[in-house]
Ligand binder design. Structure first.
Ligand code: SIN
Length: 299
């Protein structure tokens, strides 16, 4: 049973027709009720969903019965769908019917082969595809199989992280870039001696401006940010430590404890996410789709 949505204390944001959107009793996040995501969205409902998403950064749709094609069709109604950056041949062999837009996020192995990048156990905070020049803006994750405990996804509010930084540090890093890399590990800092020609990497502003809300967000994370450009290694590490600690403060986090049929959509421009550990011997399988960005994040 999932108790984390803490339904008591929710407050209505808007209520038109039968679709209800309520803020979760958490620093960020809203639950959208009254929709079957297999149905086409009314334009007005689509606008409300996007507005709530910009306001609350994470949206939760519960009790959905979605085939992979339904998830792609729903994603397409909100924007242009992204392709997994590392399409896995193994997945295509095992699941030939899977639409190419869908990535499997799982610890399951078939004949010893993972279904894409292995998603076992804990994963540190990160922002999807921050190492690309134009990262995907939205990620939509749909829960199929879940372990009996753990495997929660944590969402941290990067607007709040930006606001909470020491003003001197905010000033010092105003013009700075941070190198983001895809050195795929789940619970370790990027290696120091990375061969950048072999991995996805891009230097983005440390603080980015969300193109829809105009708000500033901190855009670094423990898993994928290798360094702050223009500082020596030791100073960069010290600064990053401070930024990571602020950005992972429990008071700015919504922890989503999954139920099968949940679809959660988050905004990679203002939310970092992480996964808590879960038993290795239990199955966890979710399907991921994304919406592409239109331009590189700007300061
Ligand atoms: C991810 O980080 O892309 C997956 C998150 C999760 O498995 O909860």
């Amino acid at each position: 049973t999932c108790f984390n949505l803490r339904r008591s204390g929710v407050f209505p944001m808007t209520k038109e027709g039968i679709v209800e959107i309520r803020a979760l009793d958490a620093p960020i996040g809203a639950e959208v009720k009254g929709l079957d995501l297999r149905e086409a969205l009314e334009p007005e409902t689509r606008d409300r969903i996007l507005k709530a998403w910009y306001d609350r950064q994470v949206l939760v749709f519960r009790d959905q019965v979605l085939e992979p094609e339904d998830q792609v069709a729903f994603t397409k109604q909100l924007g242009d769908t992204g392709m997994p950056r590392l399409p896995s041949q193994a997945v295509r062999e095992i699941l030939p019917e899977l639409p190419p837009e869908v990535m499997i996020v799982s610890n399951v192995r078939v004949d010893g082969k993972p279904l894409g990048l292995p998603h076992d156990g804990e994963m540190w905070f990160h922002s999807d595809m921050c190492y690309a020049e134009v990262p995907h803006t939205a990620t939509l994750l749909y829960a199929v199989d879940l372990p009996s405990k753990g495997g929660d996804t944590l969402f941290a509010d990067m607007y709040a992280a930006h606001e909470r930084l020491r003003p001197e540090l905010r000033m010092k890093l105003k013009e700075s870039l941070a190198l983001q890399v895809h050195d795929y590990k789940r619970t370790d800092r990027p290696a120091r001696d990375l061969d950048q020609s072999k991995i996805g990497n891009y230097a983005h502003p440390v603080f980015i401006t969300h193109p829809e809300t105009g708000r500033k967000a901190l855009y670094v994370n423990r898993l994928m940010t290798a360094r702050i450009e223009g500082f020596d290694e030791m100073v960069s590490d010290q600064i990053l430590d401070e930024l990571f600690n602020v950005s992972e403060d429990p008071s700015i986090i919504y922890a989503h404890c999954w139920c099968p049929g949940d679809l959660v959509m988050w905004d990679n421009r203002c939310v970092n996410h992480a996964r808590t550990d879960y038993p290795a011997e239990e199955r966890r399988l979710l399907r991921r789709t994304t919406i592409v960005g239109k331009e590189a994040p700007k300061a």
